[in-house]
Write a protein that binds this ligand. Structure first.
Ligand code: CTP
Length: 398
């Protein structure tokens, strides 16, 4: 969790085979420096031993209401009072039913009812149990009471069925937790459109022209804007990345698709961040059949695509902030300054792919932000930290 402080996180584990995945979550939250307390239902203990969670969290597990261990009855209320977030994962149909109706008949549900912090529910169960209207109504009630509920994934379930009800992976739960943890919501009420990843320009039904963009920087910016309270629309080319929690995704393929989506979504946006590597050229014609080889050389005629950032610059509204990227191999700052003017952007984030630790595919970046007033070198940071710093620099007022 880039740049954030140590938080008090309560992890409630209810009965379900997915409980084993929570070991990774607890370990990862601890590694980030958070104070983690685990609460288990009796059923959860059938799947993972409390000793595992005690060892990973460094605290005794809060288990049975009536065990009197370490004065736990008072202790759990104190924990609820100082918690920054409470996640229940896996949340069984039974536990969801209880918390939706304020039933507090064990340590987990009692502590949950007493906690006033942001709460995240991660359902995991058999498909038919999840799809049962009773469970769906209970989930809707949890949402109505202000809890965040993660969508369950689809796939093979331990009960042998295939369908929805599968618990998201630990890193996805952590991403969702990051979005609900208290942070400075300086973008609350704002809409931020972020573009990310490469575009694909079809030559024929089996071939296309693309680039090396992984989408990592754009996705990091989208998550950072979400964590700062914005409503984020992420327009993404084809990448290997998962949709982040709480972000509206628009998946696109070509530069034209990207132009259509970004121009449409930007009409009421407060900020647009063009982190995508949009193709500057696309084949003049796309063959509707697979092109066959001959013994001769082959030439593909290309035409210009819409320069989306330039078009956004032409229609920029007074309250709107436009952030573009410049990835260069030489004359980084001079080229970036040229783009600032040519595209009427407010900021250009410049990075040199010649520099170690910056550019495509890696998890770090080194960027310089150019505005009309100054140049700001952020130094070598993780892409998450770079994203936070870019947003603070460009979009935080005062
Ligand atoms: N961009 C865009 N539409 C395009 C091409 C690029 O909106 N068709 C955006 C990129 O998302 C990035 C910025 O413009 O924010 C800079 O992209 P880049 O391709 O490096 O700059 P160009 O102005 O196209 O210049 P050149 O290719 O000559 O470096």
């Amino acid at each position: 969790m880039a740049g954030s402080n140590k938080k008090n996180i309560l992890v409630g584990v209810s009965g379900g085979i997915a409980a084993y995945k929570i070991c990774t979550l607890v370990s990862s939250l601890k590694k980030d420096g958070h104070d983690v307390h685990v609460l288990m239902t009796k059923e959860a203990e059938e799947f993972v031993g409390p000793l595992t969670f005690q060892t990973l969290s460094g605290h005794p597990v809060i288990r049975n209401m009536f065990s009197l261990q370490d004065g736990a009855e008072v202790h759990h209320i104190a924990l609820a009072a100082k918690a920054d977030a409470f996640v229940i994962a896996p949340a069984s149909a039974n536990t969801i039913a209880k918390i939706a109706h304020g039933i507090a008949d064990d340590m987990l549900t009692t502590t949950f009812l007493a906690a006033t912090c942001p709460k995240l529910i991660v359902p995991a169960m058999n498909t038919h149990m999840l799809e049962n209207p009773v469970t769906q109504d209970n989930i809707a009630l949890c949402r109505k009471y202000g809890m965040y509920v993660m969508e369950s994934a689809s796939g093979y379930l331990a009960c042998g069925d295939t369908g929805s009800g599968r618990m998201p992976e630990a890193h996805q739960i952590k991403d969702a937790l990051e979005s609900i943890l208290e942070s400075e919501r300086y973008l609350a009420g704002k809409k931020v459109v972020v573009s990310a990843g490469p575009t694909q320009e079809a030559v024929d039904p089996v071939r296309y022209i693309t680039n090396h963009s992984s989408g990592k920087m754009g996705y990091a910016l989208a998550r950072a804007a979400r964590n700062a309270g914005a409503h984020v629309v992420l327009v993404s080319g084809k990448t290997a990345l998962e949709a982040p929690f709480g972000i509206d995704m628009i998946h696109i393929t070509s530069a034209q698709d990207m132009a259509d989506a970004v121009l449409r979504e930007s009409a009421d946006a407060d900020a647009v961040i063009m982190a995508a590597a949009v193709a500057d050229y696309t084949p003049k014609e796309t063959a509707d059949h697979k092109l066959k080889k001959s013994d001769n050389d082959m030439y593909i005629e290309l035409k210009r695509t819409t320069d989306i950032l330039k078009m956004l610059g032409e229609r920029k509204q007074p309250h709107q902030k436009l952030i573009g990227f410049a990835m260069e191999t030489e004359d980084l700052l001079a080229n970036a300054a040229g783009k600032l003017e040519k595209k009427n952007a407010d900021f250009i984030v410049a990075n040199s792919i010649a520099e170690a630790g910056a550019g495509f595919g890696v998890d770090t970046n080194r960027v310089t932000i150019l505005s009309r007033e100054e140049e700001k070198d952020l130094g070598l940071l993780s892409k998450d930290e770079t994203a936070e710093k870019i947003l603070e620099y460009c979009l935080k007022e005062g």
